[in-house]
Ligand binder design. Sequence first.
Ligand SMILES: [Zn+2]
Length: 218
Amino acid sequence: MNKLLRSFLLVMLVASCRGDRVKIVDKPIDFSPERVRLTKEYIRQHYGLEVQDITITPKIIVLHWIETNDLEEAFNILKPDTIQYGGIVAGAGKLNVSAHFLVDRDGTIYRLMPETRMARHVIGLNYYSIGVENVGGAGGVDNMTPEQIEANARLVRYLVKKYPTIQYLIGHYEYTRMEHTPLWLERDSTYRTVKTDPSEAFMQAVRERVSDLHLRKP
Ligand SMILES: [Zn+2]
């Protein structure tokens, strides 16, 4: 093997070990014109912005777990245009919750919607963030798998490379620590939920794997 070929192969090997390539499976949720309309309404009601479309500039990646250990059950929560249950979140608008990605327990990454459309997954920060849900966390128990840790790290790397505007990597449980930043837009100071997902241990493991990207914590 000549020297040039050997160094080329070495570069390719390093690139693939660093997870620069990522396999993404498209599995779209419903996104009718009604969901677009409800998203605009949410942006107006919660963020005080009049927008022509629901395109976002990603500045934050928010990692979650969805509190069910079943992929199809998780998908079916996010699929409909409108929210299917009651409670504080439903009280704040009919727009269903969603996320851009859903990572299964074996590490398979599903893309649920276009990456730069606004999804509803975190109070205050939806307009600037890409949401990644993980299947798991039923009963609030940290059962994230090693495959999910690796997949989330690969996905973060893919997103940061594609969107250089991304500055922050946060866990959902950290979201209220973003209130002091200009990226926080929620106008209702009483609209807050307490979150523990996707656990401190999971965030630490993912952050270790992407430390070279120098993403900010809240
Ligand atoms: Zn969450």
